[in-house]
Design a protein around this ligand. Structure first.
Ligand code: 5GP
Ligand code: MN
Length: 341
């Protein structure tokens, strides 16, 4: 893995060695990679005798609640006061799995003027300058968890990675690579996975927890999404699903329940891009996935103020759900016509 500026790792190492109170922050709506990296690092640093807290901007999905240390994660939008105190009293802050302050939503203002040393470790392309003093950004890494393992190794902290930390790091690699399905996993990913297995992690149990432990409601919601809601746009080689607040409510929606739905629409023969729309309180959250050269991140950035990876991106819309879907159809046609897709 090519970390273009190794001196950044050296500074991270010195920061860690010279800090006692460390706060770790994943992105808003943390996924397996964001929370896996956060708890992987937390468990490692705790083993080194540090006082460490993970502060998540908002709630994380239930399917991650088996991770070691998860019960002590502070949820910023519910525990504002405590979170603020911890950030004020910290001597190092680590940002994981995001590359722009806007990705931590409600927490963003806290860091606009804060001068506590900050390190960002992330694999999203096009990091925003000044997100942190130290920015370890490697878009070729399959996941932030893979990159974190590499950074910990280069820093000489590998022997402090506990089995519990290894489980979290493995989980993040699996969720971001689709269990090693995508080409984002390279030979080096497998070397790291092998080392994690050597630490004694129970791979089967982790896969059960991550992928094979669905609630009855979630499976029924998936049935509804695929059977009733999924639409095709054959000219644009696209498919999409939209779910309203009422539909989510009907199936007792919990955070994480729609994880992976967007992939189901992509996995149709002939489909090169898929979109998934969910109606939230005052906005529509959108996920995009693609294959065969369609740039999901460029599309999302151009029309939906979002970004992400080439084949997996996200964005938002302030229009109503129906209006958002209508606009999507129009701009997708425009984008495909302009770019020859
Ligand atoms: P997901 O569809 O799973 O929410 O996100 C897919 C990818 O796009 C992830 O890497 C995520 O970090 C990124 N992403 C999701 N939503 C947004 C967004 O609103 N803005 C940006 N810049 N990236 C996003
Ligand atoms: Mn990630």
């Amino acid at each position: 893995m090519n970390i273009s500026d190794q001196s950044q790792v050296e500074i991270f190492k010195n920061y860690v060695n010279n800090s006692q109170n460390i706060v770790i922050v994943p992105h808003n709506n943390p996924d397996g990679d964001a929370l896996g990296a956060s708890l992987g690092l937390l468990n490692t640093l705790k083993n080194m005798g540090k006082s460490v807290t993970v502060i998540s901007p908002n709630e994380f999905p239930d399917f991650l609640n088996w991770m070691h240390g998860v019960n002590d994660v502070l949820i910023f939008d519910k525990q504002l006061l405590k979170a603020n105190q911890l950030i004020e009293g910290s001597d190092l802050i680590v940002f994981l799995d995001f590359n722009a302050l806007s990705r931590i939503k409600l927490m963003q203002p806290l860091f606009e003027k804060d001068t506590t040393p900050r390190v960002m470790i992330d694999h999203h392309p096009f990091p925003e300058e000044d997100t942190a003093q130290v920015q370890i950004s490697v878009p070729e890494a399959s996941s932030t968890c893979e990159l974190l393992y590499h950074v910990l190794s280069l820093s000489g902290f590998k022997q402090s990675i506990t089995k519990e930390a290894a489980e979290c790091i493995y989980a993040g690699i699996m969720t971001d690579t689709g269990a090693l399905n995508y080409n984002s996993s390279r030979p080096q990913t497998y070397h790291i996975v092998a080392e994690l297995l050597e630490m004694g992690i129970d791979k089967e149990n982790i896969h059960q927890n991550l992928f094979h432990n669905n609630s009855f409601d979630r499976m029924r919601l998936l049935g509804h999404a695929l059977g009733v809601k999924m639409q095709r746009l054959p000219e644009q080689k696209a498919a999409y699903i939209d779910l309203s607040k009422e539909e989510l409510h009907q199936f007792n929606f919990k955070p994480g329940d729609t994880e992976g739905f967007v992939n189901q629409a992509l996995w149709i023969e002939g489909v090169q891009m898929s979109a998934f729309f969910t109606e939230k309180n005052n906005l529509v959250k959108i996920s995009f996935r693609s294959r065969n050269g369609f740039p999901a991140n460029a599309f999302s950035e151009k029309y939906f103020g979002g970004g992400g990876h080439f084949n997996a991106a996200g964005g938002e819309s302030k229009l109503s759900l129906t209006e958002t879907v209508e606009r999507f159809k129009v701009v997708l046609k425009e984008f495909c016509d302009e770019n020859g897709f």
